[in-house]
Design a protein around this ligand. Structure first.
Ligand SMILES: Nc1ncnc2c1ncn2[C@@H]1O[C@H](COP(=O)(O)OP(=O)(O)O)[C@@H](O)[C@H]1O
Ligand SMILES: [Mg+2]
Length: 256
């Protein structure tokens, strides 16, 4: 299957290049009696400059899909692409470089380094890569995320919402091709959660960032341009321009 075959044109919508995709992706954990098919023949594309949410019941394969596309885990069969690069063709070194330069990740637990300031946390991945980064860009990200006057604070001196905004700024700092976020608002109250979601939305609208976010929350998913629904390791439905009401109806219809 060629890249063109995986483009959006066959769905009758304007053609947008894919920032990441899978083709017939399957992931099996364990063997024989303990075998779990976490992903079962998933073919899905994530368009550049769009915000996509992934929803589905607990255990439906959402995290596994994110980890396999982000190069944090490997597929059992099928292919995962970042841009046009098939991750299975890369050795460990090239995979590490691709992850570092092209992929940002935001986790549910903010995963900040407690002994470093907010500013040091934002620039840490660049520092580890021996790069200075684009300071004007980082300043703009920090301003947009509303952290200018918190840069000298350590994570313990910040609220949960502020810590997650540091984590999102860290993901944006290297201008990755795509950011994956796994339940980024799962540990936040609704007010802090909506701050983080507004910032993710602004990163897409103002900076052209591509974001793929796993969430359980219909309100969170309504910030996305499109939702991909997973069930038992398969793509079971999609929704474009979602609203929280339509997502709730969809979840009631099929159960969660
Ligand atoms: N490392 C692992 N070893 C064995 N089974 C796993 C592992 N990671 C995930 N699974 C199983 O794969 C399925 C999908 O898990 P996951 O992708 O974490 O789902 P979700 O993020 O949608 O809750 C579940 O049945 C889970 O128990
Ligand atoms: Mg998960």
């Amino acid at each position: 299957m060629t890249i063109t075959d995986r483009s959006t044109s066959d769905r009758g919508v304007a053609e947008v290049p894919l920032a990441a995709s899978t083709v017939h992706a399957s992931k099996v954990y364990g063997k024989d009696a303990t075998e779990v098919r976490a992903l079962d023949d998933v073919t899905v594309g994530f368009e550049t400059g769009r915000f996509t949410a992934i929803m589905g019941p607990s255990g439906s394969g959402k995290s596994t899909l994110l980890h396999c596309i982000a190069g944090l885990d490997t597929l059992t069969s099928g292919s995962a692409y970042i841009g046009e690069t098939d991750l299975s063709t890369l050795d460990d070194n090239h995979l590490t470089v691709l992850r570092r330069d092209q992929v940002g990740f935001v986790f549910q637990a903010f995963n900040l380094v407690p002994t470093l300031t907010a500013d040091e946390n934002v620039t840490l991945p660049l520092a580890l890569a021996g790069r200075k980064g684009d300071r004007d860009w980082i300043d703009e990200v920090v301003r947009t995320v509303g952290l200018e006057d918190r840069l000298d604070h350590r994570p313990s001196e910040l609220s949960g919402g502020q810590q997650q905004r540091v984590a999102v700024a860290r993901a944006l700092a290297s201008k990755p091709r795509i950011i994956f976020a796994d339940e980024p608002t799962g540990n936040l109250d609704s007010r802090s959660g909506s701050d983080v979601l507004q910032f993710l939305r602004a990163a897409v609208d103002d900076f052209g960032q591509t974001i793929v976010m796993v969430t359980h929350d219909p309100v969170a998913s309504s910030y996305a341009d499109r939702i991909v629904f997973l069930g038992d390791g398969k793509v079971v439905d999609e929704m474009v321009q979602p609203t929280a009401e339509r997502v709730l109806d969809r979840m009631k219809q099929f159960g969660d």
